[in-house]
Design a protein around this ligand. Sequence first.
Ligand SMILES: C[S@@+](CC[C@H](N)C(=O)[O-])C[C@H]1O[C@@H](n2cnc3c(N)ncnc32)[C@H](O)[C@@H]1O
Length: 193
Amino acid sequence: MGSQWSRDKVYLRAKHEGFRSRASFKLIEIQEKFNVIRRDDNIIDLGAAPGSWLQVLRTLTDGRVLGIDLNPIAALDGIETLEGDLTDPAIQKQAQEMLGTVSIVVCDAAPKLSGHKSYDQARAIALGEEALIFTCNVLKPGGNFVIKSFQGVDFPELMALIREHFFVVKTYSTKATRKGSTEIYIIAKNFRG
Ligand SMILES: C[S@@+](CC[C@H](N)C(=O)[O-])C[C@H]1O[C@@H](n2cnc3c(N)ncnc32)[C@H](O)[C@@H]1O
């Protein structure tokens, strides 16, 4: 959490409500608007640390929830975690061994920023493509996928790829997203399988 934001209202509200980060409100908003997650879904959360989406997911489903991140995720009741790179086939295999196929994948992963806008955007899109490959390997037909991305020259390419695999694909900028950010969420429903 950068110091610029450390006292903003959304951050303070997240802390007050016991969430690990302000990102929690983005997923709550997406769920309210798009109804992506159902009560019996098993879910994989890619780029899940520190774990606020996992906290939200735990309240939305009675199914199993697995969080994966490069960084360790401090223990949360009823949540399984894997520490590793989502692009690593060994991690993908481990996730499949743990949960089998799932109905939902969410991905809030973002590479560390270098400060060079076009380079960072290209890396974010490349990570998004990797997350899509992961998702196509673990998602049940009819399943849903939510992924964070960043608008820029390569963004339409990622959208086109996602459209190949899902019947319904929309974009959404959350109210909790910082002003001026190019951050955008892609909501993909009904996996073609
Ligand atoms: C914005 S944070 C996610 C916040 C999380 N949704 C929450 O609510 O707490 C982005 C995360 O993506 C993770 N990440 C970036 N690249 C990754 C990769 N290749 N594999 C797994 N995690 C990755 C980072 O380690 C970081 O924790």
